[in-house]
Design a protein around this ligand. Structure first.
Ligand SMILES: [Zn+2]
Ligand SMILES: [Zn+2]
Length: 145
């Protein structure tokens, strides 16, 4: 199965919203497509600037929700002080369990949860765009302590 092109998904969404695929937005998505690990908005902005981009911090912050909406990125889990994101296509869509004792992060995917949340949303007449499940608790190692 061919993977949907991430740049195309982004461009389509911009088009739908009547927004332009500006040079800054192009630089932003091209940089994200090189990333294999999670990132935060400020780090991404620094990285772009170090490469000579004129993109403003504001543009980075305003573009992230668009990238979430078109599914190119999803929310990740970081140190709790900042919001982290990651490219959806690197590992496929997944959600997170966070150990509140040692900070360990477990990535999981459940077809059942994905399916049920779609059903719940439609019961509420809610059009789901993206989601972010974080389950907090004690990991296997910590639960025994
Ligand atoms: Zn999910
Ligand atoms: Zn733990």
């Amino acid at each position: 199965m061919q993977k949907p092109n991430e740049t195309d998904s982004f461009r389509l969404l911009l088009e739908k919203k009547g927004l332009k695929f500006t040079r800054e937005r192009r630089e932003l998505i091209q940089e994200i497509l090189r990333l294999k690990t999670h990132f935060d908005a400020d780090g991404l902005h620094e990285l772009l600037k170090s490469k000579g981009s004129q993109i403003s911090r504001d543009t980075v912050y305003r573009t992230i929700p668009l990238l979430l909406e078109c599914g190119v990125i999803q929310k990740s889990v970081g140190d709790g002080r900042r919001e982290y994101f990651e490219r959806t296509s690197v590992k496929g869509h997944h959600d997170h369990m966070v150990c509140i004792q040692c900070g360990k992060i477990i990535e999981f995917h459940s077809d059942l949860i994905e399916k049920i949340q779609t059903e719940v949303c439609s019961e509420y007449g809610f059009r789901l765009v993206f989601h972010d499940h974080r389950l907090f608790g004690h990991c296997k190692d910590c639960a025994g302590k």
